[in-house]
Design a protein. Structure first.
Length: 151
């Protein structure tokens, strides 16, 4: 179990990787972002991208899944008040393998809840060529270790 004290400003954690296939891109788009350049490889040729691309929300959702599986489920994470920024930097194409990274930007203990730490963090997704495709900044409330609370 990871607690607030297990993190440090500047620390970067690799979250793992996922490959977005054409089938996964289309299935996500059908349900959540049914624009032609996410749904139809033929229609996508006439788009700004010139090819089928993943929804930015698919990329962000993939990052969230990697974050939960690799970090949040085994931590004292309590909640998040939201994101400060989210940028899609490069289109994600079928077959791209995305790797997520979580970097701690700032940390402080909550003044109103002294058993809770506030971690400001940056998230990044890069493709198999190490090109950044998404960046996000957010905040996570993280519990302090039980030893810290009582001692």
């Amino acid at each position: 179990m990871l607690y607030y004290e297990d993190f440090a400003v500047g620390q970067t954690i690799e979250l793992g990787s996922r490959t977005l296939t054409q089938e996964k891109i289309i299935a996500f788009a059908r349900q959540f972002d049914p624009q032609p350049f996410h749904l139809d490889p033929v229609k996508a040729r006439d788009s700004l991208f010139g090819t089928l691309v993943a929804s930015g929300w698919h990329t962000a959702s993939t990052y969230m899944r990697l974050l939960v599986d690799s970090l949040l489920l085994d931590s004292a994470a309590q909640a998040s008040p939201g994101l400060d920024s989210l940028r899609w930097l490069k289109p994600v194409q079928p077959g791209d393998t995305l790797t997520g990274y979580f970097t701690v930007l700032d940390m402080r203990v909550s003044a109103s809840r002294p058993s809770t730490g506030i971690i400001k963090h940056a998230g990044e997704m890069v493709n198999q060529r190490q090109e950044p495709v998404m960046r996000v900044e957010g905040i996570t409330f993280m519990g302090l270790s039980p030893q810290k609370e009582t001692g």
